[in-house]
Design a protein around this ligand. Structure first.
Ligand code: ZN
Length: 182
């Protein structure tokens, strides 16, 4: 290798990099503007973009199935107001299932009062029920949790829960439906 061939290559690489950064900025502006205005985009954190699930539907189909409030939380990764949901102080015995597809997600036996205003569990009902993704929105790095069958956003998991797991699954009530124990 000699410098005469290396230099033009480096120059081309630098040119290429500036072009790529320019395109990324332009793309981000266009994308964010579109998402902000229309509200139609089925937005997900970066870690969720390419994930495939057993149940997949278009944004329009989900909107019709879920209704506006549930769609905003479950498909656009919104968060319900603390203490506003149906289940944060709910103590009946039974199973919490996904409000979008009915998959069993959490048991009331692992629910505890975290004082946060959102239903909190120390573990999912089994290893297969809940998926995780990295969420870097709002300048924080958090672990997002979603239904493993339909990808519906549930909430986040934090490492400050009680024993035996030390985990706190902080879940939006609106992403859940309760089925009483029989
Ligand atoms: Zn689901």
């Amino acid at each position: 290798m000699n410098t005469r061939t290396v230099e033009p290559t480096r120059f081309a690489a630098i040119q290429g990099a500036s072009w790529t950064i320019g395109s990324l900025i332009l793309f981000s502006v266009v994308f964010l503007t579109a998402a902000g205005c229309s509200g139609e985009t089925d937005a997900k954190p970066a870690g969720m973009q390419d994930k495939k699930f057993p149940v997949m539907k278009s944004a329009q189909e989900w909107k019709e199935i879920l209704g506006e409030d549930r769609y905003r939380v479950m498909r656009l990764h919104g968060t319900e107001r603390a203490f506003s949901g149906e289940y944060h102080d709910y103590k009946k015995k039974g199973i919490y299932v996904c409000a979008a597809c009915g998959k069993e997600l959490f048991s009331s036996s692992t629910k505890y009062d975290s004082g946060t205003g959102w239903p909190s569990f120390y573990e999912p009902i089994d290893d297969e029920s809940v998926g995780e993704s990295r969420d870097e929105s709002y300048g924080m790095v958090r672990t997002e949790v979603h239904c493993a069958r339909c990808g519906g956003h549930l909430g986040h998991v934090f490492p400050d829960g009680p024993e035996p797991t030390g985990l706190r699954y902080c879940i939006n009530s609106i992403s859940l439906m309760f089925e009483p124990a029989r």
